[in-house]
Design a protein around this ligand. Sequence first.
Ligand SMILES: [Zn+2]
Length: 421
Amino acid sequence: MKRTVVVICDGLRADMIRPEWTPNLCRIEKDARVFQDHNSVFPSTTRTTAASIATGCLPKHHGLEGNCVALDDGSGLQAYSVGPPEFRDKLRAVTGRTLRRPTLSERLKDHGGGVVYSNVSAGAAYFHDPDGFGTIYHRLGSYGPGVTPITDDRHQVTSHDSAGDAALCERFCDEALGAQTHAYSLLWICDPDHTQHEVALGSPRHIQSIMDADACAGRVYGRVKELNAAGEDILLLVGSDHGHETVGGVVDLNALLVEAGLKENTTSTDVVVASNGLSANIYLSDAARDRLPRIIPFLRELDDVDQVFTGTNLARLGHRTDTALAIAVTTKGTNEANEFGIPGIRTAVQDPLHTDTRIGCGQHGGLGPNEQNPFLMACGGGFLPGSTDSKKSSAIDLAPTILRHLDQGWDDMDGSPLDQS
Ligand SMILES: [Zn+2]
């Protein structure tokens, strides 16, 4: 039977795949085709990238614009975190739908089905299959087809750390790579990302979290190798969703816009800043739309702002331009190394909805070279072992690659199947 197995080590930078830190990934590399210029989407956040991996589409088509998005539920625009379990229902209630393109689990519902084991935020887990065509296991709530809550022994609470990742990986190997065969099985572990938000990149705790993630990838690889040797035809994709850079400082765009008279007050609904860590999306109400010609030059003059995208430039980043989302900004950074020799230091955007931005620790969300430096390797499924591909690839290319292996079409996707040799 043809199957596809995906392992995502959240936040692991391609340049941190080193023999001394990731012996298993280095072993997989020798047996895989390695995509040397693999990229995230914009913003380079876990939840947006998860939706892009699930749909093969950019945010302009799947509709999940960031880790934080602004919605108007009738009382004006307000920023919401996509992370909590209840956000999926909020989005459906406000917009009438969840994602705007079918997910892998939907496309495969009559062709072997999909199952997701995720140890990141609930939002990042649920947006693989928000309308319940397959099964999702997550510590804050597991769901079967029809978004039916799983409340029996199959729902297990894993800790949100490396130990939880290891426990989930063990289950994945026993179940998804055991008797419960789905056409598409995904394991998404929280480290090293989870640890990177808490410690300095390159510090001993960080390196340990990389080694723990590497052990999970090695375990899945070993199991897939056994199954393929026994006659299965499994395509294994191992990768990450984005990289990280060190937070060098924090800019409060909300406060600066208020100070400049371009936003009524810090909680007003006219101009809403949705922080995505090292970038932000800015939403304008209809009434505030005429402020755009004043807001753009104001943002461009700010010391901590790097690029300002609007109109066709925002479209080029992969976003719609006919909604309240009017501007995206990235922050300034350098490729200087931190105290542990890890390059990439950048300013973060103040985020009242998340607490994972700490000066001196890791963060992501923008276009920095080390944020846009996830890794990807494809093993089995006709990919030439021990080969490299220097062409640009992206998170949106995973879904069409998976569907090609399963002899399914990949219509209406922004991505393309990866070259096998
Ligand atoms: Zn992530």
